[in-house]
Write a protein that binds this ligand. Sequence first.
Ligand SMILES: Cc1cc2nc3c(=O)[nH]c(=O)nc-3n(C[C@H](O)[C@H](O)[C@H](O)COP(=O)(O)OP(=O)(O)OC[C@H]3O[C@@H](n4cnc5c(N)ncnc54)[C@H](O)[C@@H]3O)c2cc1C
Length: 531
Amino acid sequence: MTGYSHDDDDVAVIIGSGPGGATLALALVRAGRKVVLLEAGPWIDPDDFVNDERIAYQQLTWTDPRLATGDWSLARDFPASPAWMGKGVGGTSLFWTGLTPRFKRHEVRAASTYGRVPGTSLRDWPVDLDDLDERYEEAERAMGTSHRQGRPPMPANNNYKVLANGAKAIGYEHYATGPYATNVEPYDGRPGTLQDGFCQQGDKSRAKWNPSVSEIPKALATGLLDLRTEARAVQITIGRDGRADGVVYADRTGLHRQRAALVSVAGNAIETPRLLLLSATTGHPDGLANSSGLVGRNYMRHTTGVVYAEFPDEVHMYRGEPMAGIVNDESRHDPSRGFAGGYYLEMIAQGLPSFSTFMEPGGWGPEFTSKIEAYTRTAAIWICGEDMPQESNRVTLSGAVLDDLGLPVPEVHYDDHPNDLAMRRHGYEQAEKLFRAVGAVRTTRAPAMPSGHNMGTARMSDDPAAGVVDGYGRSHDIPNLFVSDGSLFTTSAAANPTLTIMALVLRQADHILTTGVADRVPAATREGAHR
Ligand SMILES: Cc1cc2nc3c(=O)[nH]c(=O)nc-3n(C[C@H](O)[C@H](O)[C@H](O)COP(=O)(O)OP(=O)(O)OC[C@H]3O[C@@H](n4cnc5c(N)ncnc54)[C@H](O)[C@@H]3O)c2cc1C
């Protein structure tokens, strides 16, 4: 395995090996650049995944405490785990579901399209959808997404048939089994899916895309990637020239400092602002890249909720892909519904442990147990909608709770905006209507689950006073510091975020390579001291 010296200041250091970090790493090594990839979690061989939700959760999840405050249901239901994030090579996509819709034009122009929505910090993206078209295609090819570039659609499972029949019955026209980032047939050296229903515990078969079976092995094969696992970045250091010049990280043997020509943070929109805030120095007392004061602010997590529906006959939602279908009809911007922006209805399947945890958090008594007993006759729809950016929704460093390294844990504050509440109500009603149209005998509205879609905490903007990074994810303050994950999003849009994270990072990689920002810094300006 390639190993660069800690003093090698010609390497790009990328923090986090999820879809964002891995995509950047592969693009840079393919262009001949040296990359050190720091990943807090371990390398997990697909053969070691465990098809049991409880064990898999412990094996794959970032379980260090986080705190939740605000009026969102997560502060009540899951106060120590507001976000659900992976920790391992491949990141959260080790157990993601794999739906990959593209963003819509109105969503990257939310401020212009929606007009003034009081209490929000809506802004247009500094990136146009036309700038992303090719990148979307590239990302879809990388993932082998179904329904795209001639690849076949995912076959319908029983859960999808409930969705499709219900959607048709209530007049929806746009619904399908994808686009979905699992191989329908063999692709890119990986097999087609067995549709065995076990891939949210890590996919033993490797049919489901995630970087640990695609970008990472490809990047390692170039001989230019130095992948360091169980290596957690704790500080980005800044030289006297004002450029990022290294990353301090902790592994089993202690603390180390890797020098760097370029640093990219791709730790997910909770850990990324946390690391920028933890990296405060006398020159950057409020944290790195934070002259706007916006690092950690504008946290978004999508307007979500689940409707479970019980049927007289068996559904067996857990057989086949876990997110077996999507309805697009409500994703339009149509203020006549009483809110700005739109949402998707996405079929969701859960194993029994998740089902009983999330359907009615804290549920108890005969009514609750009768719902659990109806598990095999239950189908479920997840609402996934655009939530409004608000500066007061933010990730900060806890003043009270420290992690095992003695560092403040992230505190995630979130209040629902009235627009979010109106959208969620509409989503619940539509999902119930859909299920009733195909014979549901009982429905249950469930609140949000810990957030898998974390966004906005280092937002892009052309104006340095209104964002943390520019349209290429490059810090307005520190020219060789980049953000390469969902923290970039200026607004959340309604679509699941990963395809857009990858598209933005592919565009970012080209920018880095064409502008030469990752090129070796002239020795005369490389005298920065580690503070
Ligand atoms: C249950 C679930 C289902 C989902 N389904 C979908 C879906 O269908 N479609 C979709 O688009 N999205 C989905 N998502 C979201 C998707 O997983 C994320 O958008 C995606 O993984 C984000 O990629 P990322 O690279 O930005 O971050 P991540 O994948 O979270 O990776 C970040 C990595 O950085 C590492 N890291 C963090 N901090 C540090 C540090 N200080 N030092 C070193 N390493 C660090 C972490 O250990 C982690 O491995 C789902 C999420 C969940 C939880």
